[in-house]
Design a protein around this ligand. Structure first.
Ligand code: H79
Length: 445
């Protein structure tokens, strides 16, 4: 049974328009968390904050008034937007998401609705405009991260407990609406918003406002892509409405985690956002714990695409506008692989083949081209390929070196591909050639 909802999902199934199709085809994005938190970089008064660097203002050792004065030091003299865009492009990213305003409330653009912006810093000039231009010139779409939670704004309330709170809440909603309209007006080439900080009661208990806001933004900028995190319904259900239907344009709950199987994504568009260490988004001077390698990140990217999702890798530039060495090296390593194998990623979709232990299948959308992306080579060197009924494997080639592999037919609709020894330290991509008709083995089974 479904219940009647005024502010639930307004659509069943994925969006089918060209703007959404474009977003879906890009598959690999870059996230950038940049703001005042890059100045302390996870350290304050000689002590290290072990939480996420961009949350340092909420640490008991960090007085709010000290944090809120950091803008006086923000001066990214080495910021080179062309270099940023070139790095993203050579990594293979097709879109990027930039924090216009994180939970701390500091705006990277000179908003006329706030004094707590880049305009008040020694840098003075807009950062978003040049960044968006540079990325667009490099052929990369830009989306804007925007936190609803605002630790700096006097009218922000986590919950509304009395009439004064409610009045503040109304003023805050207008502020949010104004800032978002301002961003769209200033940066008309952006493709979407990435909302965060929508878990407080004040937000989730006003599903009508999030619904009207989403429709307002769509009316200002038709085609805008916005994930499920913006929305609540009138019963306070978030992401999925009280009837279990996805709100917004794609499922936005995959933060630092990936779905395991195609069943986990329920046919919805989705995107995962991933940090390089376990949980650091803004710049932290002392990364601790496990730091992901190029191959680990590639596996997450490929797995996401194989399950019909997008994958976005986060970078946290330093306060001076440069990237730490680890991030530069990762971008270069990923790019090296993408240059040869990226054709398996862009426009990639779930292939519908039975998954094997060696890795992931990806089908180029709407075609018969299926790629195998091999992360685990068995000791035998033989990769099992099991095709759907009435499909035959007629050929295969490795993208690296364009090496042809001759499939060995095992029986029914199963084959082995034999790799020519150890060829690379990176995941191997093999393009399969299949024809649909009859299986070789027409026995009764
Ligand atoms: O911007 C990055 C993070 O800073 C931000 N989202 C990514 C993209 C983020 N990190 N954590 N979260 C969002 C969710 C945090 C939830 C918690 Fe809490 C904050 C857990 C404890 C404090 C809110 C308050 C939920 C439970 C208590």
């Amino acid at each position: 049974d479904t219940i009647a909802l005024q502010h639930g999902a307004h659509r069943t199934g994925n969006r089918t328009d060209a703007d959404m199709a474009r977003w879906r085809s890009l598959r690999f994005g870059q996230f950038i968390h940049w703001g005042l938190y890059a100045i302390p970089g996870g350290e304050w008064n000689g002590k290290t904050y072990n939480g996420a660097a961009e949350w340092i203002r909420s640490w008991k050792e960090m007085p709010h008034e000290e944090y809120d004065k950091l803008y006086r030091q923000f001066n990214p003299v080495n910021f080179n937007p062309q270099q940023w865009a070139a790095q993203a492009k050579s990594m293979g990213a097709k879109y990027m998401i930039i924090t216009t305003k994180h939970h701390d409330g500091f705006c990277l653009w000179p908003s006329k609705y706030s004094k707590y912006t880049i305009a008040a810093t020694p840098w003075k000039k807009d950062l978003l405009g040049p960044m968006i231009d540079a990325y667009n010139k490099a052929g990369i779409d830009v989306h804007l991260y925007f936190s609803i939670i605002d630790w700096n704004h006097p009218d922000y309330r986590a919950s509304l407990k009395n009439a004064a709170d409610s009045a503040a809440g109304k003023r805050f909603q207008l502020f949010v609406k104004n800032q978002l309209a301002e961003l769209l007006q200033r940066y008309p080439t952006i493709k979407g918003f990435w909302f965060d900080g929508t878990w407080d009661d004040s937000w989730k208990n006003d599903g009508a406002f999030s619904d009207e806001l989403e429709q307002y933004l769509q009316s200002l900028h038709p085609g805008l892509v916005m994930g499920s995190r913006l929305r609540a319904d009138e019963k306070g259900a978030r992401h999925f409405d009280s009837n279990g239907r996805l709100m917004g344009d794609y499922e936005q709950g995959w933060e630092r985690k990936l779905p395991a199987t195609i069943e986990d994504v329920h046919g919805n568009d989705w995107e995962a956002v991933m940090t390089v260490p376990e949980n650091q988004w803004g710049y932290h001077a002392k990364w601790t714990g496990h730091v992901k390698t190029v191959n680990e990140i590639l596996e997450m990217l490929v797995k996401s695409v194989s399950l019909n999702g997008n994958f976005v890798l986060n970078f946290g530039p330093k306060a001076d506008g440069t990237f730490r060495t680890e991030e530069q090296q990762l971008a270069a390593g990923i790019g090296q692989w993408m240059k040869v194998n990226g054709e398996a990623v862009y426009n990639g979709t779930y292939a519908g083949f039975e998954k094997q232990d060696w890795g992931y299948y990806i089908r180029k959308a709407g075609t018969d081209s299926v790629y195998m992306v091999v992360f685990n080579i068995p000791v035998s060197g033989s990769l099992r390929v099991k095709l759907p009924a009435r499909t035959e494997l007629t050929g295969a080639s490795m993208l690296l070196g364009n090496t042809t592999l001759t499939p060995e037919w095992i029986g029914r609709n199963e084959y082995f591909l034999h790799l020519p020894g150890k060829t690379t330290d990176s995941p191997v991509v093999i393009l399969l050639k299949t024809v649909t008709g009859e299986n070789k083995d027409k026995g009764n089974f």
